[in-house]
Design a protein around this ligand. Structure first.
Ligand code: HEC
Ligand code: HEC
Length: 468
């Protein structure tokens, strides 16, 4: 059966053609909350090992910086022979692969953002709460083409490879600068790339396709192990339809065209299967079973209707809460609903037009996420404005300016989440390690669903949350 949203989607597209709507890169969908199609989401299938192999070693970004630029010597022979040797040189946050010019190149992998340290262990699939996008591109950036052209020789295939990635990088780098460490501008990165791609065949164009605002929207990075339960992706639930298409969006950073995109897509059912197979790490300290049993009842009473149940059989309602109900910072949801050209571009692009279809349908609200492994996924809320579960459950305790410990990255076993120090506004202006909840988009208001609990119930609930 054809899912309902596809029918709706086709109707909207057809209507757009009939009325000869100009290329309109604003969301064409005037629904505050888009209904969720029960038949969507991961349907099973795909090969987990192949999926991991591709995400860990694969060429899904399409282009990158020539390896000879980044490594002290030319390791080309070893590269071909042994991917793990390469990992030992470039780390798991980067992949090394042969591009369409037959040159070994290096570019960020999904694990640049989707891996992080939790209590001293590196966990693949958890969002990195210490990602740093605060560096403004400087002079070296401006003169890179000149300097690299001189180094590689302007007629070399390596230089061609450099230009392939640079044509996007030069648009991206100035637009993704954040004020502090942690918030991740992934969608802004994508927006800056697709603004310079033809929507139909994904090839590069120097003609900007839609305006991009001066602000840099950014968010926390969600864990990938929620994918198995979700029928939509992203904080506002805008990711609809084929998960493989949605999962491969980072490819717009470097792939040549839609022919290459099709090759990448053919591998991504496996990547989705891998994500759906991973499980959160178990809470590493002893848990008070009796207290947690009390907490389970508190959870059922106060939280389950939005976040589901986590007993032998899990249930998950896939709810998108309207902004006025959840009360958290509205900027992110509003940005995609009103100000971003990305959704309009996407819904006319290869991602949406070729089967299996996908779409970005932004809602004015936020998804109540699954809470599996919630102990490990601090900071909390879509913008990562709340450092610990204790402060999430009692909004009066939430710090307005707080500094994360980027050096020790220590886990906070007292409050469950990130270790932090309370700071003042002045400190937040000086240090990129201080989160400032006054900034537009980074407020820590709302989600007050734990405020009315007694202190005893709140601690019991906290104990229970460790078991999820
Ligand atoms: C630059 C950092 C970055 C990179 C690289 C990146 N992501 Fe993400 N990813 C994010 C952020 C931030 C979000 C949250 C965006 C949102 O939900 O609005 C996200 C969201 C997602 C989601 C949605 C999860 C959910 O629960 O809704 C999936 C799936 C995903 N990414 C997969 C991938 C894959 C696969 C790759 C590699 C091909 C990748 N990402 C590369 C930062 C990144
Ligand atoms: C009416 C629906 C609703 C209820 C009730 C509710 N939540 Fe939430 N919860 C949400 C929504 C929506 C979000 C996402 C908000 C955002 O990111 O801005 C959320 C986010 C969270 C998060 C942060 C998740 C993350 O990954 O950052 C946690 C933890 C959480 N809720 C726990 C609870 C607990 C515990 C209770 C019960 C005391 C509860 N919630 C009650 C809707 C609800």
């Amino acid at each position: 059966m054809r899912p309902k949203w596809i029918v709706g989607f086709v109707v909207i597209l057809t209507a757009a053609c009939v009325t000869q709507m100009p290329l309109q890169y604003k969301s064409a969908y005037d629904t505050a909350i888009h209904p969720i199609d029960e038949s969507s989401g991961y349907q099973g299938g795909g090969n987990v090992e192949e999926g991991f192999d591709y995400i860990y070693y694969g060429d899904y970004i399409g282009s990158g910086y020539p390896a000879v630029l980044l490594l002290e010597e030319d390791y080309a022979d070893s590269l071909a022979a042994d991917g793990d040797f390469m990992k030992s040189r470039s780390g798991f946050r980067y992949n090394t692969f042969k591009d369409t010019n037959d040159v070994f190149v290096i570019n960020g992998s999904c694990f640049k953002c989707h891996a992080g340290e939790v209590n001293g262990d590196m966990v693949l699939g958890v969002g990195d709460p210490y990602g740093d996008f605060t560096d403004k591109p400087g002079l070296a950036f401006k003169f890179a083409p000149m300097a690299i052209g001189r180094k590689l020789g302007k007629s070399s295939p390596e230089y061609r490879s450099f230009l392939d990635v640079w044509q996007f990088q030069k648009e991206v780098s100035p637009r993704i600068v954040t004020k502090d460490i942690g918030p991740n501008p992934a969608f802004r990165l994508e927006e800056s790339c697709v603004a310079f791609r033809h929507p139909d065949d994904l090839t590069y164009t120097s003609e900007q396709q839609f305006p991009i605002s001066g602000e840099t929207p950014a968010s926390a990075v969600p864990p990938l192990w929620h994918v198995a339960k979700k029928k939509t992706l992203y904080y506002n639930g805008m990711g609809r339809g084929d998960f493989a298409k949605l999962f491969m969006q980072a490819s717009v950073l470097g792939i040549k065209d839609s022919t290459f995109a099709r090759q990448v897509h053919s591998r991504f059912d496996d990547v989705v299967a891998w994500a759906a197979s991973i499980e959160p790490p178990p809470y590493p300290e002893p848990i008070d079973e009796a207290l947690s049993a009390v907490g389970r009842e508190v959870f059922k009473e106060n939280c389950s209707k939005c976040h589901g149940t986590y007993d032998t059989v899990h249930t998950y309602p896939n709810k998108i809460l309207p902004l006025e109900k959840v009360g958290t910072d509205p900027y992110y949801a509003l940005y995609f609903y009103e100000d971003s050209g990305l959704t309009g571009w996407y819904n006319q692009s290869w991602f949406a037009a070729s089967p299996p279809m996908s779409a970005l349908l932004p809602s004015l609200g936020y998804v109540a996420p699954p809470l599996d492994g919630i102990w490990a996924t601090a900071p909390y809320l879509h913008n990562g404005s709340v450092p610990t579960l204790l402060t999430l459950l009692d909004s009066s305790l939430r710090p307005s300016y707080w500094e994360r410990d980027t050096l020790s990255k220590a886990y906070n076993f007292d409050e469950i989440g990130l270790s932090y120090e309370v700071r003042d506004r002045k400190a937040s202006r000086k240090k990129t390690t201080v989160y400032n909840t006054d900034r537009k988009g980074f407020g820590h208001q709302g989600h007050t669903f734990g405020d009315h609990l007694s202190t005893a119930d709140r601690w019991a609930l906290l104990e229970y949350l460790k078991t999820l």
